[in-house]
Design a protein around this ligand. Sequence first.
Ligand SMILES: O=C(O)c1cc(C(=O)O)c2c(n1)C(=O)C(=O)c1cc(C(=O)O)[nH]c1-2
Length: 357
Amino acid sequence: MNAAFPTPGADETQRLLSPEELEAALRDIGARRYHNLHPFHRLLHDGKLDKDQVRAWALNRYYYQAMIPVKDSAVLARMTDASLRRVWRQRIVDHDGDGPGDGGIERWLKLAEGVGFERDYVLSTKGILSATKFSVEAYVHFVSERSLLEAIASSLTEMFSPNIISERVSGMLKNYDFITKDTLAYFEKRLTQAPRDADFALDYVKQHATTPELQRQAMAALTFKCTVLWTQLDALYFAYVAPGLIPPDAWTPGTGLVAQKAAPGTGRIAAGDVPRLPRGVRMRHDETRGKHVLLAPERTFDLDDNAVAVLQLVDGQRTVSEMAERLGATYAADPKVIEADILMMLNDLATKRVLER
Ligand SMILES: O=C(O)c1cc(C(=O)O)c2c(n1)C(=O)C(=O)c1cc(C(=O)O)[nH]c1-2
């Protein structure tokens, strides 16, 4: 944003930038579009997500990790120069390791297991959001179809990753009691691997983007890659934060975990959960004010008509989905839309500790 040479506008695309100007323009793209700016990352690093939302992140990001060496193999396959291949192949080794139990993918699996997942569930990639898969696969297609310069330039987001990794590791260790240094071991190696890879890719791009058109392509490739990272977080936000619409077949809290059963009263309420009022909380009609209220020890919450309609169905037996079906039939509305609204409302009440599952 404050780069000395901001991303050139359309009117400037005919000018050949010096290598330093090109680097500054590439850095400027990151300053505007890198995924450290995404609200999901802000929530993740600031400790504002619950355990299930952190799990959703770990699970979905596994797909990125698993596909990075596929992506790098596609890049490698385009390199006709052995000296380039010799450098690039290290990226594949970093992620795959030299044998079973080694490498970045393995370390990410440890991270996923560290937040409670069954290893086989993660490996199956079953619960991963389709939007995550589409984004990651778009990256693999991009490097297969575009020029080698564009393929290499698209990896340049790694110039910006050491900062976000440091912020993430310290933020998560500080803010989540279920995260340990061991769980985040994946990131330790990235702190040296990413700058090494990014330096090489940046030198390559500065040397080979020798016309305004090639420079424009390199900048467009980096912009594209920023969107690959950004859209993955959009998908996570939409499914697991707000409005909380988890698509069919995607992971739902409580599944795929080693310890299947969450402690009663904890975590986010999901569509398959059975919500109930905690002990000492009840709904009552306040005759003098002509309103329904939720009475909790030393606290009272006014309820609007929608909340009353929902809470009347909270009986400790029905799941949220079943409640949505009922209300959908009563109000002739789409139960999936109603379900999203109910989940938002119930989770709001859960954070106030007047509802549990
Ligand atoms: O934690 C992060 O925010 C982050 C970002 C990026 C990135 O900027 O693409 C990568 C990684 N991590 C990473 O771990 C990784 O292996 C990696 C490979 C690549 C790539 O484009 O080849 N990016 C990234």
